[in-house]
Ligand binder design. Structure first.
Ligand SMILES: NC(=O)c1ccc[n+]([C@@H]2O[C@H](COP(=O)([O-])OP(=O)(O)OC[C@H]3O[C@@H](n4cnc5c(N)ncnc54)[C@H](O)[C@@H]3O)[C@@H](O)[C@H]2O)c1
Length: 359
């Protein structure tokens, strides 16, 4: 197979998982881009790549095959649209955009131009998640799912948080809101919404509560009841200050509990940035045998698995079984959480590619 040439756009904290993943996938990083050239330079030296502070330099390279977008949220749309227009395949970090309309424009452009396009929700590639999907039919009809993503972000519930990123200047935006396009909902919640889509299908209706403290521009709590083709989902994403809760007693408490007619799956997923030492695990209780089986997995980086899958498909010139719409779907759900919370009532999800309802 042809060796792919990639550009990595954005060299902050998440990029450290993408560079080794690209290397392991056999991809040549030809361009490294960051507004801050000093952030880009060490990676460029390591990869033997060219450095730029303007992503358009990389896109102008006819030898470039794919663009890996690892910059902050507001940068995703201009980079994705320009890369698609240049005919490049794209892997974009989550969330795809800052709102559903922008996400829809991006995925529509990718489909029209016919380029391979992924939003990198890497939790689909966790072995315990793949096993859960494989075991789902054994539950029979799925009745209800409880999901919790409780993340320890320190003192954000206090009036004067210590981190400068947590302060929303009058008329401006906080560092948290700029990076993630909001708070816990687009940050941790988006991954869990992606797993709802992956495991249970598209929700049709939801009723949400979203708490944003006065004077801030990011949410600290988002909860919802959702109707899906596979039962009801009880969802909660929360930032908190409890340092020793969760399955690993490290403040990270993220779990899925899917209950069906014949059994239950419980999925525990560890703090996201230690993929080499911590592995998600799964418990399957089968009511027909009255046995519970615990599935444990060796730690493996879901970033590496995701990028290997994406790049394999890009090299073959095919989208493969992961839809280019994923990033839009999650952003639509986030938008509908906010709409429902604002209206104080449940809302139907207006999926933009749903066939028109006959009148
Ligand atoms: N998959 C995950 O689990 C996960 C975890 C953390 C962050 N993320 C996502 O990754 C993205 C980046 O987050 P981060 O924590 O790395 O942020 P970061 O602030 O650490 O790094 C972002 C980098 O982008 C650069 N940048 C900003 N504008 C740019 C531009 N126009 N061109 C080139 N570079 C530009 C900044 O200089 C910075 O170096 C966000 O979308 C975030 O939601 C995903």
């Amino acid at each position: 197979m042809k060796t792919l040439n990639a550009a990595v756009i954005g060299c902050g904290s998440i990029a450290r998982f993408h560079f080794p993943a690209l290397e392991k996938a056999g991809v040549r990083v030809a361009w490294v881009c960051d507004l801050n050239a000093e952030a880009a330079r060490p990676w460029a030296e390591k990869c033997g790549a060219r450095v730029t502070t303007d992503f358009r330099d990389a896109l102008a390279d006819p030898a470039l095959d794919l663009v890996d977008v690892t910059a902050i949220a507001p940068v995703h749309k201009p980079v994705c649209l320009a890369a698609i227009a240049a005919g490049k395949a794209v892997i974009c970090e989550k969330t795809l955009a800052e709102n559903a309309e922008d996400a829809w424009q991006i995925v529509s452009a990718a489909r029209e131009r016919g380029v391979v396009f992924y939003t990198s929700y890497m939790k689909r590639f966790i072995p315990a998640v793949a096993k859960a999907r494989e075991l789902l039919p054994q539950l029979g009809r799925i009745l209800t799912t409880h999901i919790r993503a409780h993340q320890c972000w320190g003192d954000l519930w206090t009036e004067n948080p210590a981190s400068g990123h947590a302060h929303t200047p009058p008329g401006g935006r906080s560092g948290i809101a700029v990076k993630y396009a909001g708070g816990i909902l687009p940050c941790g919640g988006s991954h869990i919404l992606d797993l709802v889509l992956f495991l249970l299908g598209r929700p049709t209706r939801l009723h949400a509560v979203v708490h944003t403290p006065p004077g801030r521009d990011y949410d600290l709590l988002a909860a919802a009841l959702m109707e899906t083709p596979n039962g009801v989902v009880h969802f909660e994403a929360l930032t908190h200050a409890l340092r020793r809760i969760g399955a690993w007693r490290d403040g990270w408490d993220e779990r899925f509990e899917i209950t069906g007619v014949h059994g239950r799956l419980e999925l525990y997923s560890p703090l996201w940035d230690r993929p080499d030492t911590h592995a998600a695990y799964l418990v399957h209780y089968d009511n027909r045998t009255a046995q519970a089986v615990e599935y444990r997995f060796a730690p493996v980086s879901p970033f590496e698995r995701a990028v290997a899958f994406f790049c394999g498909n890009i090299a073959r010139g095919q989208q493969g079984e992961q839809s280019p719409l994923t990033g839009y779907e999650v952003d639509e759900l986030i938008e509908q959480f906010r709409r429902s919370a604002g209206l104080g009532r449940s809302v139907e999800i207006p999926w933009r590619d749903a066939p028109a309802t006959p009148s």
